[in-house]
Design a binder for this molecule. Structure first.
Ligand code: 3PG
Length: 211
């Protein structure tokens, strides 16, 4: 699977922080039950790598990736743990080399035209616009589409159920990322039905936007 095919899996990619490893498998199952298969497990908690391994083993329907990759060591450790794709808030030469060597889909984070061009030059034409709302959101993506039509984006940062449709209606956006599918209180309370419902609603956003 390449990065474009990854974004086509579902219109929303959940950005997940696993605080308690005991919630990892059930959380993944709840999202998959709602139709969301690609799961970005961020390296923002001690449990992240273990969660990647556990979900990969226990929830084969899920496509588990790693997020918040900030250096090549983290990328290699996540791939070792079972990550099948990766996402970063930015891009360094070392991460680019590690991602290229792995052959796995990788979405570097960009926030300007120069960063998008640099990442495309490194072979990454599918990118994460981050932090989307803070750097210009829909307006910026429309402006980038003119000079950089070959680049496809997964914007994240400040996106939620109410504004996701505006992004998904853009020709250069195939998927959005966000943490709203996994609210902290719902995860801590193990309210898996709530999460499945959020995932199901998220899968319908694209249809609403393109109708
Ligand atoms: C990310 O890492 O992609 C963002 O921090 C997610 O942003 P959100 O919490 O605003 O959805």
């Amino acid at each position: 699977m390449n990065a474009l095919e990854l974004l086509e899996q579902s219109p929303v990619m959940p950005v997940i922080v696993i605080q308690d490893i005991d919630t990892a498998v059930e959380l993944a199952r709840a999202l998959v039950a709602g139709g969301v298969r690609s799961l970005e497990i961020t390296l923002r908690s001690d449990a992240a790598l273990q969660a990647i391994t556990l979900i990969s083993q226990e929830v084969p329907e899920a496509l588990v990736g790693v997020g918040t990759v900030r250096n090549a060591r983290q990328w290699d450790a996540a791939v070792q743990a079972g990550a099948r794709f990766g996402v970063s808030p930015g891009l360094t030469a070392d991460i680019a080399a590690a991602a290229q060597a792995s052959g796995l889909p990788f979405l570097p984070g960009i926030a300007t035209a120069s960063e998008a061009m640099y990442a495309a030059d490194q072979g990454f034409s599918v990118q994460k616009l981050f932090p989307a709302e803070a750097v210009g959101g829909v307006t910026l993506l429309k402006a980038l589409h003119g000079p950089l039509p070959e680049i496809t984006f997964c914007p994240t940062g400040g996106i939620h159920a109410e504004n996701a449709g505006k992004y998904l209606a853009l020709p250069n956006v195939k998927c959005v990322g966000g943490s709203w599918l996994t609210p902290k209180d719902a995860v801590e309370g193990r309210l898996w039905d709530v999460i499945t419902e959020l995932a199901r609603a998220a899968c319908q956003i694209r249809q609403a936007a393109t109708r």
